[in-house]
Design a protein around this ligand. Sequence first.
Ligand SMILES: *Cc1c(COP(=O)(O)O)cnc(C)c1O
Length: 375
Amino acid sequence: MVVGVHRPTRLVIDRAALRHNIHAEVERLDKNCELFMVVKANGYGHGAIQVAQAAKDAGATGFCVAILDEALELRAAGFNDPILILGVTSPADAPLMAAEDISATVAATDWLADAQAYLALEKDLTAPLHVHLALDTGMGRIGFRTVPELTTAIEYVDAHQESLDFEGIFTHFSTADSPDEHYFKQQVAKWHELTDHLPRRPRYVHVSNSATSLWHAECNDNMVRFGVSGYGLNPSGTAIKPPYALQPAMSLTSELVFTKQIAAGDSVGYGATYTAQQAEWVGTVPIGYADGYERRLQGFHVLVDGHACEIIGRVCMDQIMVRLPHDYSRGTTVTLVGQDHGAEITLQDVATYCETIHYEIACGFTSRLPRRYLN
Ligand SMILES: *Cc1c(COP(=O)(O)O)cnc(C)c1O
């Protein structure tokens, strides 16, 4: 999709906010604990490269991504730091990961055997493939679930040290963002059951996403995979207060491109779902569901001059209509996410209205929206 640079609609990313959040977390960590910034999905929609640079500036020493292409994007941009792919990559790409010094997540011994077969074909492999063994302690997504399975995997890696390197072991908690700690404690117990008798500790031992690091820092071990809170968002939504003030890095602004007054009985938008009860001013804003501004946002509001203005009629693919308190001139700023004259709309507000989580809203903004960087 083309980037809409000739349209006044843009995501604005405040790098100072990214650095503030990441630095605040780095400061809280034990001295031997590193922060890897999670920049998957284009840095949760904020721009992977820009976020990676801000994270490094704030003290991050590595990165996590979801898929190999995201790791390659960082390498192509010149980042030489450790990068861990959190998802399962094809074993056929093991030589590429080894060549690019990108660490792979491993969830099964047969994957190791397949990867080993591909690595063995490489005549000039200069370094082994670094692997992090994933443990399933209750997330039910990927990973080893028993001590015998895990032992077999470690033995396999150690028997093939010319091509495989046991660099890390980790798990992922599914309820660290919940005030109810019952299931979290069960997962921690399972983690200990699986790892307390490891034949040896690898370089990186890690269990913490943002929520775990914020609220269960005693679990951290020597690396945290810091994601959503780096972007200034509370992983619990509103359920638990973070230990320091998070500054949201993303805002979304546009402009009124057209205004008019309509009369009582006039309708607005596809399906004529909105009909004015009296004369009112209506502004049109050039953003729609093709930008990731969801169709479900009909009835929500935007900010114009500090006023909350209702989105009337259906959200179109490329435009929305909002009810204005009075006429405003074309070119007036419209804030869809962020602060305006003391009023604020957060990504959490948008997510709550859409009955989802802010993660989905942030990474759902499409590439048609230009990202502009401050600070
Ligand atoms: C996405 C992800 C993270 C980061 O989670 P946040 O809630 O954004 O901090 C950490 N670990 C794994 C395995 C992930 O998939």
